[in-house]
Design a binder for this molecule. Structure first.
Ligand SMILES: Nc1ncnc2c1ncn2[C@@H]1O[C@H](COP(=O)(O)OP(=O)(O)O)[C@@H](O)[C@H]1O
Ligand SMILES: [Mg+2]
Length: 405
């Protein structure tokens, strides 16, 4: 029988190592098989020495792709179906989140040298980015925000290439929410200031363009090359498609993330403490988009651990935007209905007293409002004071609510 022969194959490299074959059958079923050379698994949910069927394979690979309009746009640019992850990854799977690269046998022979990027504004503008997808800048990152990637070495911007993958993500201003990148810059910077592990971010402009430059934590710049560090998000770890990332659409609950950290992390106590801090931070900021794809684990040679936090945005300030949380706190979804009791009950599932966890987090966050006001004085945030003040005002109210009850 045709078996393995019919259908299509893509080679999956991990850290430059030919690790597996992604196979698509003629009826579009996916299958993943590790090669004999495989040294490390692509997913915590997919240990070596096994073959994975459609469900597990699809969950891992589909989650590498952009979502929403962005996925449509990429599909159109490459003239492939937006609902075919294999076709999409065949086109853009050259520079993904983590250390996986998808392509053919010739891929690793491509030593195209770096091309300097002179006009960031043009590069980032929407039309041009489509062009870059067509021309071969084939990165695939999750999310629906408009974004592109760059390689920055010694402060010089380059167009990423196979040997020099992107080191930074550029998120450009959203036409519907002009202040979104400033909002994210504020949240990420405040998170860092109060001790959460987040990547370096800068709010920059080039001509009329305002953009957020995010340092990738899954890249290591060595003297002669750029190494990838593997990571995967919690939809991948837990086996959910990106379309099910929200809890009320059948997506993961916080307890599943807690259990996965408990099961896989090499530093479970520290990671659970960080997760508790993130949950309170998101609550205070009014970030309702803390779903399972906005949280990842790093695969390191010494074991997996929680990746730095990203995509922290005060989403609730946008009128018409729902204040329904991506994940519930003890079954409560609405941001303004979450109370101390719900948080404590949720934290009780972490393995130690929820009351104690909350007390520790609140102690760490006791100066968050004044630190927030400090961050708001950042020069780049000057034009966005109304937005930032709104976020700080809401944060202050929610903090009072938690402190009082
Ligand atoms: N600093 C970073 N380093 C490495 N990977 C990142 C970083 N920030 C985000 N990512 C990856 O890129 C994806 C998209 O980024 P994100 O900021 O969540 O965009 P969006 O706002 O569109 O959801 C994330 O799901 C994650 O896999
Ligand atoms: Mg995201």
């Amino acid at each position: 029988m045709g078996g393995k022969m019919s259908g299509r194959n893509l080679i999956v490299y991990l850290n430059g190592n030919k690790t597996g074959i992604l196979h698509e059958s003629r009826s579009s079923a996916l299958r993943f098989t590790y090669t004999d050379e495989a040294e490390a698994p692509i997913s915590l949910a997919m240990p070596l020495n096994a073959v994975y069927g459609d469900e597990q394979t699809r969950a891992f690979f589909e989650n590498l792709l952009p979502e929403g309009d962005l996925r449509e746009m990429v599909a159109q640019a490459h003239r492939v179906s937006s609902n075919n992850p294999f076709s999409l990854l065949k086109e853009i799977g050259r520079d993904c989140a983590g250390a996986v690269v998808l392509g053919d046998d010739l891929l690793l022979n491509d030593t195209t040298s770096l091309q300097e990027l002179f006009d960031v504004e043009q590069f980032v503008s929407k039309n041009d980015a489509i062009l870059h997808y067509e021309l071969g800048m084939r990165h695939s990152l999750a999310g629906a925000q408009f974004k592109t990637t760059v390689t920055i070495i010694n402060d010089t911007y380059y167009i990423p290439s196979p040997f020099f993958p992107s080191t930074h993500i550029i998120k450009s201003a959203n036409p519907r929410f002009q202040d979104l990148v400033a909002n994210e810059f504020f949240c990420m910077t405040l998170a860092r200031q109060i001790g959460l592990n987040v990547p370096n971010v800068s709010l920059l402009s080039s001509g009329s363009l305002v953009y957020l430059l995010v340092e990738r934590f899954d890249r290591l710049i060595k003297s002669d090359k750029i190494e990838r560090v593997h990571q995967e998000d919690f939809c991948q770890i837990l086996g959910y498609l990106s379309s099910n990332k929200y809890e009320d659409e059948g997506g993961p609950r916080l307890i599943q993330i807690v259990k996965a950290i408990d099961r896989y992390s090499k530093q479970r106590a520290a990671d659970l403490a960080s997760l508790a801090k993130l949950i309170i931070f998101n609550y205070l900021m009014g970030n309702c988009d803390g779903h399972a794809k906005n949280l990842s684990m790093i695969h390191s040679s010494t074991g997996p651990y929680l990746a730095p936090f990203y995509d922290l945005v005060a989403t609730s300030i946008y009128q018409g935007r729902s204040t329904r949380n991506a994940t519930s706190i003890n079954g409560v979804f609405d941001l303004e209905s979450i109370d101390k009791a719900a948080i404590i009950k949720e934290f009780d599932q972490f393995g130690i007293s929820g009351k104690r966890i909350l007390a520790l987090v609140l102690r760490d966050f006791k100066d968050i409002v004044s630190i927030g006001k400090e961050v708001a004085r950042h020069k780049a945030l000057e034009p966005y004071q109304a937005t930032i003040n709104l976020i700080i005002g809401n944060m202050s109210k929610r903090l009072d609510r938690l402190a009082k009850e």
